[in-house]
Design a protein around this ligand. Structure first.
Ligand SMILES: N[C@@H](CCC(=O)N[C@@H](CS)C(=O)NCC(=O)O)C(=O)O
Length: 219
């Protein structure tokens, strides 16, 4: 069987975007298989993925079914996906872990939906805005310490920490809560990265019968 990366509907699947970015940053030659999501417990996802979720990577006989594990797997396949120096690497890992384990309020209130209309300024619950404030602080502190020389968290190179936060950026662009200038500039840089731009382009081509009504109408 060939190497494959299973992902969900690009418009909605935030975890898939993280795994896909890691795989593309590592330049793994895998076939991409998109499974239209049903909004939870998708039979097609359960049928292929041991964990019942996407992203799910099959590569060189290895089965990896979690975005952060896929990121670590990809970092072993290609140098430079985490920062070279131990301090930067530790920080990149801990902010990625904080994202992977947290920001539940933001994720619930502002589900990723790349082209959802009528969202600007909506869905800013107290908990979600507290998450936005924490995320902005992480970005600001990371960039101040490691980000010289470029627009990304660790400078010029878009790395796995940026990949972990890219779907957060997508949410902030859709729901447009008030951001400080640094956070807004970081969001613009991530959106303009060629891989992120390519994800949006492919998402825009997805067929309408993959749409989930509640994610396509104004909140
Ligand atoms: N911890 C997992 C979470 C993955 C996850 O929850 N993926 C969602 C899609 S974004 C999923 O597959 N849900 C099941 C479904 O929609 O059928 C990861 O980091 O990859």
């Amino acid at each position: 069987m060939g190497d494959r990366l299973f992902i969900g509907t690009r418009r909605y699947s935030s975890w898939s975007l993280r795994g896909w970015l890691a795989v593309r940053l590592a330049r793994l030659g895998v076939e991409e298989v998109v499974i239209p999501l049903a909004g939870g417990s998708t039979p097609g996802v359960k049928a292929v993925s041991p964990g019942g979720t996407v992203p799910y990577l099959e590569h060189a006989g290895n089965k990896v079914w979690d975005s952060l594990a896929i990121a670590e797997y990809c970092a072993e396949q290609a140098p430079g996906l985490w920062p070279d120096n131990p301090a930067g690497r530790a920080h990149a890992r801990v902010i990625s872990a904080e994202m992977h384990a947290g920001f539940r309020e933001l994720r619930m209130a502002m589900p990723m939906s790349l082209f959802r209309p009528g969202c600007a300024g909506q869905c800013g619950t107290e908990g979600a805005l507290a998450d936005v404030a924490r995320i902005s602080q992480i970005w600001r502190e990371t960039r101040a310490r490691f980000g010289a020389g470029g627009p990304f968290l660790f400078g010029a190179v878009f790395n796995l920490a940026d990949a972990m936060y890219a779907p957060v950026v997508a949410r902030l662009l859709t729901y447009a809560p008030k951001l400080d200038a640094d956070a807004a500039a970081y969001c613009a840089a991530v959106r303009a990265h060629p891989l992120v731009a390519s994800w949006y382009e492919d998402a825009a081509k997805e067929p309408k019968d993959w749409f989930i009504e509640k994610y396509e109408t104004a909140p």
